[in-house]
Design a protein around this ligand. Structure first.
Ligand code: SF4
Length: 457
């Protein structure tokens, strides 16, 4: 692995800046290509076909409620603590589980269930219990020791007692949004949480036997400095979670209303953002974490690091995963499902979602059915994002095409990205990205994307 200093010396800032604006490729095509005229019958057919598939299935449940409004947020979420509203939503989720499970049936084994948000821990433990029991009744869940059951939790809304209750319900993976522990940054993003609280919950999670703990960090936030972020990293390496995700904050106030509360003048300049990212990389790898794909880090004995070692890392809507099956069944407002080559996304508006489910209708609002060419490109993009390499012969064989010949044009574009082949090697056999080109994976992947307009140079 090359050092960060080498990376800065070899890769022009202009390329790194372009990369920060590229999609994260949790699917191909990305959700921006989904179409509102997607026929529900396509979903129904995909679900029925999927019932015969032997690959394991993942489930995603979206909980949109949050206690307050973090200014950097780009998620689909609703600021509300109203227990009646939350209870009503849980009932709707149960109805959606009934509708979707009736199509797939109990043949496919579910090996992964993830609660995301919003803030999943807006739900009380009994509500998680109700949802899990409905899922268990209607789908075939793997036995507890083989089921990955995870939740993104807001530390501000959790106590050690909650953590113990989640564990008793079967949760075995937990992710805490830490972002940055610096006071000034926390005030600027309207998310004040003490390091002591995160530490208390981390200890509680370890005591009750959570198998894996993740911290999310964000760089590029207002008022963020190298010195302050270094203190955050001191805290992280001291707590030693199994995984750390280091995400870039994309300031898009025209798209996300909450971000309009951020004074753009307080955002770190590009040079500082890149330095923050490099600092995280240097500190985490120096402390024994392995760099995983684009923006994750994991301790060597964590399943993600081991999967990367076996070249068995995959990508789904939640990011990097060890699950080989791509199919995900999404529940809740804005949740995305992938069944075979069919993507579908639920209504993004809560009222529209609740109305559809109240009328026992699938709450699907948009979707997309991959063509054979999309599936081929998706395979290449996943290989770039997960392995940092592409073998055209292997991929061509899977799709019964001559991939090297098909991607002649892309090869020329890749040469333009790195004419001197310092970090990117692209020829008719495939692609190899050196370790210090890791932060450009999305830009390489984007070369194969026929749906997303290129970010300006
Ligand atoms: S960042 Fe997370 S907790 Fe904050 S508003 Fe967004 S979804 Fe809610």
């Amino acid at each position: 692995m090359s050092t960060c200093t080498e990376e800065r010396a070899r890769i022009p800032d202009a390329l790194l800046a372009r990369e920060l604006r590229a999609p994260r490729y949790t699917s191909y095509p990305t959700a921006l290509a989904f179409k509102p005229d997607f026929p529900i019958s396509d979903y129904v057919n995909a679900a029925r076909l999927s019932a015969r598939c032997v690959e394991p299935l993942s489930l995603y449940l979206h909980v949109p409620f949050c206690a307050s409004n973090c200014f950097y947020c780009g998620c689909n979420r609703i600021v509300s603590r109203n227990p009646d509203r939350i209870a009503h939503y849980v009932e709707a989720l149960i109805e959606e589980i009934r509708l979707k499970a009736a199509l797939i049936g109990p043949a496919r084994r579910v090996e992964q269930i993830h609660f995301g948000g919003g803030t999943p821990n807006s739900l009380v433990p009994s509500q998680f219990g109700d949802l899990l029991s409905q899922l268990g009744k209607r789908l075939k869940l793997a036995p507890a020791d083989q089921l990955e059951l995870s939740m993104e939790a807001d530390p501000r809304m959790a106590t050690p007692t909650d953590v113990a209750q989640w564990r008793r319900l079967g949760f075995n993976r937990l992710s805490f949004g830490v972002q940055d522990i610096d006071d000034q940054v926390q005030l600027a993003i309207n998310r004040v949480q003490s390091a002591a609280q995160v530490s208390l919950l981390t200890e509680a999670a370890r005591e009750v036997g959570f198998a894996s703990l993740n911290y999310d960090l964000v760089y590029g936030l207002p008022k963020q400095t190298l010195k302050g972020f270094d203190r955050t990293l001191d805290f992280v390496v001291d707590q030693r979670p199994d995984r750390v995700a280091v995400f870039h904050y994309a300031h898009l106030p025209q798209l996300f209303a909450a971000q309009r509360a951020i004074d753009a003048a307080t955002l770190p300049a590009l040079e500082t953002r890149l330095a923050l990212r490099n600092l995280a990389h240097a500190r985490l790898t120096a402390c024994g974490y392995r760099a995983i794909g684009l923006d994750h880090y994991a301790l060597p004995d964590d399943a993600l690091a081991q999967a990367q070692g076996r070249q068995a890392l995959h990508r789904n809507f939640q990011g990097y995963t060890t699950m080989s099956g791509r199919d995900v069944l999404g529940f809740g407002v804005s949740a995305i499902s992938q069944l075979g080559r069919t993507f579908s996304q639920n209504e993004r508006d809560l009222a529209a979602y609740l109305a559809a489910v109240a009328h026992h209708r699938l709450p699907i609002a948009r979707g997309y059915r991959q063509t054979a060419e999309d599936a081929l490109r998706a395979d290449v993009i996943e290989s770039v994002m997960c392995k940092g390499a592409v073998d055209y012969a292997e991929i061509g064989q899977r799709h019964a095409v001559d991939a090297a010949a098909l991607f002649a044009e892309e090869r020329l574009c890749l040469r333009e990205l790195d004419p001197e082949q310092r970090w990117l090697h692209a020829d008719e056999r495939g692609i190899a990205i050196e370790a210090d080109g890791r932060h450009l994976l999305r830009l390489v992947a984007m070369t194969f994307d026929r749906h997303t307009p290129r970010p300006p140079a």
